[in-house]
Design a protein around this ligand. Structure first.
Ligand code: AKB
Length: 316
């Protein structure tokens, strides 16, 4: 069995809970400690501990008590909800990340995973096939905290040798969990509405193209990046990562191949401006070159799998 002892922060989140399940398959259930700012273990599958990422002393105690060797730091406030309280978002996202970096150095943690995002891009970034190295001028506090976090990760790697690894996730879509507070959340909600036979009111405009990825690809990318030899990793800020790009209009057409009478209406809100400041498609050739990244799901393959699995959930 694995000698690694893994800590996940934000384990009740959209990605965290799926990641925890997969990491437990790889490392053994008892070697993966899930934590979140809730007394409820959503996976109902211990080990689990309450952890407020702002409580540095408790974070240190947990790392020490459980002899943690790897950290997946998933706790964050996302792009749309982050705008309601910018200072809190900065503290949770940025101070939380700095605490993880400090603890990684202090406790000589072997590897750290830090999720970044397409929200680091902004209106000064080329919108199509966005290269790895571009000017970053994020419009949200979430994007600012993640782009600054990328720079600090790189600094800790260069200065202290911290083995920190990261990808810039696009919007993530999965049947296992609902997202909350993001700009790309529509792409999950739309499937839930379609399965229930409801009309979906989309908060982005019909032609807003954004980079997206199916959950199983996102989790596989994360685990593959963490498994590769550290000599192969040339980017310590965060790797561009891509699978597909689509608009609300195109995902609707994809759903109608399986549910022909699905209906949608468009009512863009404040999230439209955030989406418009991001890029449409991503050049992730460095991830493909350095650690062999390749996606498995395109839009229709994802739609088929989402509908199959959501139907199973709703029928049971
Ligand atoms: C969000 O919409 O805020 C997130 C992201 C793209 O990082 N899903």
């Amino acid at each position: 069995m694995s000698k690694d002892k893994i800590l996940i922060t934000g384990a009740n989140g959209q990605l965290g809970r799926v990641l925890a399940t997969e990491l437990r398959k790889v490392h053994g259930k008892e070697n993966v400690l899930a934590t979140d700012i809730s007394t409820t273990d959503i996976l109902n599958n211990s080990p689990y501990e309450f952890l407020d990422i702002m409580n540095v002393m408790r974070l240190e105690e947990i790392v020490d008590e459980h002899q943690i060797t790897q950290i997946y730091h998933m706790a964050a406030i996302l792009s749309a909800s982050g705008e309601w309280n910018p200072m809190k978002t900065w503290k949770v996202n940025f101070d939380g990340h700095l605490s993880i970096l400090e603890i990684a150095e202090k406790f000589q943690i072997e590897k750290v995973f830090f999720p970044s995002t397409i929200a680091v891009f902004g209106t000064t970034t080329p919108r199509e096939n966005t290269p790895q190295h571009v000017p970053l001028m994020p419009s949200t506090v979430y994007g600012i905290s993640k782009s600054t976090g990328e720079l600090w990760s790189n600094y800790y790697h260069d200065r202290y040798g911290t083995d920190i690894r990261s990808v810039r996730y696009p919007g993530i879509i999965g049947y296992q969990s609902l997202p909350s507070g993001g700009t790309t959340d529509y792409a999950v909600e739309i499937y839930h509405a379609a399965i229930k036979g409801e009309e979906y009111e989309c908060f982005l405009a019909e032609d807003t193209r954004l980079p997206m990825m199916y959950m199983s690809d996102a989790i596989r990318a994360t685990i593959e990046l963490m498994q590769v030899d550290k000599e192969n990793i040339n980017i310590r800020t965060s790797y561009n990562l891509s699978a597909m790009s689509f608009t609300p209009g195109e995902i609707t057409e994809s759903i109608r191949k399986f549910i022909p009478d699905f209906k949608i209406k468009y009512k863009p809100d404040h999230r439209q401006d955030i989406a418009a400041s991001w890029t449409e498609s991503i050049d992730d050739s460095m991830a493909r070159r350095d650690w062999g990244w390749k996606e498995e799901y395109d839009l229709d393959a994802m739609t088929e799998d989402m509908i199959k699995n959501l139907r199973l959930q709703f029928d049971s």
